[in-house]
Design a protein around this ligand. Structure first.
Ligand SMILES: Nc1nc2c(ncn2[C@@H]2O[C@H](COP(=O)(O)OP(=O)(O)OP(=O)(O)O)[C@@H](O)[C@H]2O)c(=O)[nH]1
Ligand SMILES: [Mg+2]
Length: 446
């Protein structure tokens, strides 16, 4: 049998830093320490050692060396960790030295995590949680990813899957009695109660207003309004930088400009759009088409009007839809907000008046929509992949509940299919097709 390659990579960030972490995983990890920084230290105890080049024996750096043995390590293999000084020259020299050792090669992106998955240290949902944790920009994202990485989603889905497999086995056992129709349909009715309860539980989990996905992908706010209302100015005020071009010429913004904000720990994506009016040119018409599309896809529309101008009506494409909307009057520094008009807030993008209140209002809207889920330890659906599989599970549970109880084999099949959808979330079942996609999200060294 050929030996599995021992992989190594810089696991900390690139560039100058106080410390750089180089990780080595695989059957030769122990040998790496014995060659470059002998002797092998006690497991999981940091020791300070001189790190030497394997052939020239020249000193590369002083390093803190950790050693953990298979299977109780992060990857489930033997792992050596070298904490060296974080200069690019040091890191280069360490990586070059490692490359000279037989059986050792540079790791590919996500390869350490892939090995942890292959060795059962993490399941697929946990791996995705880990990728989300590394990408988390806000506190809500961090907390949600941490829950998933710790295995809360996996435990929930595996629990459901076990129930389903038990119920399927019960129904299948009854198939042997098919000549006694009563016995077999009894088994189906018995399972029915369990499945009805499970169906409710899965449906409640799926019926979450997409709050997990909102936290992971960001809550989308579309800034919409007539030209010159100050949408781009407001975007810049919210972003605290000049993200979009502002001018006194109506029709300045043509393309959608997005900025990402952290509002109370939630990721929010605010999109500035082209002002809505009867289009002068086809180019402007295309801009307006994009504005309306952005508004339709948004989780909330911020309709902005100009206090110094006659009232502008909501475009019919927008007023016809049940969209969440906040109506804001801008430019209160030059015109008093007309009381007759319906609006929720008055601001001045120029002086900043009322912008704080608007941010508060947005934060509340986002928190409501995401169920105020910071601090939660409940597992939520966080990705489209998981949602599709949960829906598939529900579809099969529906088929079971609606199906003819006398068709025992078909009913058992419904349950097996529902179980298999859940198994694909955690990667217990034919995960091959999604593995490359999931592990491709990681960088080298993770
Ligand atoms: N006095 C005052 N002027 C403002 C305010 N907000 C924006 N303006 C001015 O209004 C003009 C239009 O601002 P923009 O932010 O470009 O307006 P817009 O809604 O993005 O316009 P379009 O992109 O053309 O649809 C600019 O001259 C701004 O300086 C405000 O609160 N007070
Ligand atoms: Mg603009």
């Amino acid at each position: 049998m050929t030996e599995k390659p021992t992989i190594f990579a810089l696991s900390s960030g690139r560039g100058r830093a106080a410390v750089a972490v180089v990780r080595v995983s695989g059957p030769r990890a122990g040998q790496v320490i014995e060659t470059m920084a002998p002797p092998l230290p006690r497991k999981r105890m940091a020791v300070l050692r001189k790190l030497r080049h394997p052939t020239t024996r020249s000193i590369i750096d002083e390093a803190l060396v950790f050693w953990s043995a298979a299977p109780k390590s992060e990857t489930g293999e033997d792992v050596a960790e070298l904490q060296v000084h974080g200069g690019p020259g040091v890191v280069r020299a360490v990586l070059d030295a490692l490359a000279t050792l037989p059986g050792c090669r540079m790791a590919e992106p996500g390869e350490f995590t892939r090995r942890a998955f292959d060795n059962g240290r993490l399941d697929l949902a946990q791996v995705e949680g880990l990728a989300d944790l590394i990408e988390a920009e806000t506190d809500a994202q961090r907390q949600q990813a941490l829950v998933q990485m710790s295995g809360a989603n996996s435990t929930l889905y595996e629990g459901w899957r076990t129930k389903l497999l038990n119920a399927a086995a019960l129904v299948e056992a009854a198939i042997d009695f098919t000549d006694e129709a009563d016995v077999s349909s009894d088994a189906v009715s018995l399972s029915r109660r369990v499945i009805e309860e499970l169906h409710d539980e899965v449906r409640r989990h799926a019926d979450d207003g997409r709050r997990g996905e909102l936290v992971r992908d960001g809550f989308r706010v579309a800034l919409l309004g007539p030209p010159n209302a100050g949408k781009s100015s407001l975007l810049n005020a919210l972003a605290r930088r000049d993200a979009a071009i502002v001018s006194d010429e109506p029709g300045t913004t043509r393309d959608v400009v997005e900025v990402r904000l952290d509002l109370g720990g939630y990721p929010v994506i605010v999109a500035d759009t082209a002002g809505i009016r009867e289009a002068g040119t086809s180019l402007e018409g295309e801009g307006i088409r994009r504005s309306l599309l952005t508004a339709r896809e948004a989780d909330l529309v911020l309709w902005l009007i100009d206090a110094s101008q006659p009232a502008a009506d909501l475009p019919p494409e927008i007023s016809a839809r049940p969209l969440r909307m906040i109506k804001v009057v801008n430019k209160v520094d030059i015109a008093s907000a007309p009381m007759a008009r319906e609006y929720d807030l008055a601001v001045s993008a120029k002086t900043g008046e009322g912008v704080g209140a608007l941010v508060e209002r947005l934060t509340v809207a986002v928190a409501e929509r995401t169920g105020g889920s910071t601090g939660t330890v409940d597992p939520v659906i966080s990705s489209a992949r998981h949602r599709a599989l949960i829906d598939e599970c529900l579809g099969n549970l529906n088929a079971f509940l609606a199906g003819d109880a006398r068709e025992t084999e078909l009913r058992a099949e419904d349950l097996r299919r529902a179980a298999s959808a859940l198994g694909r979330i955690t990667g217990r079942i034919d995960a091959e097709d999604v593995l490359d996609q999931v592990f491709g999200r990681f960088c080298i060294g993770k």
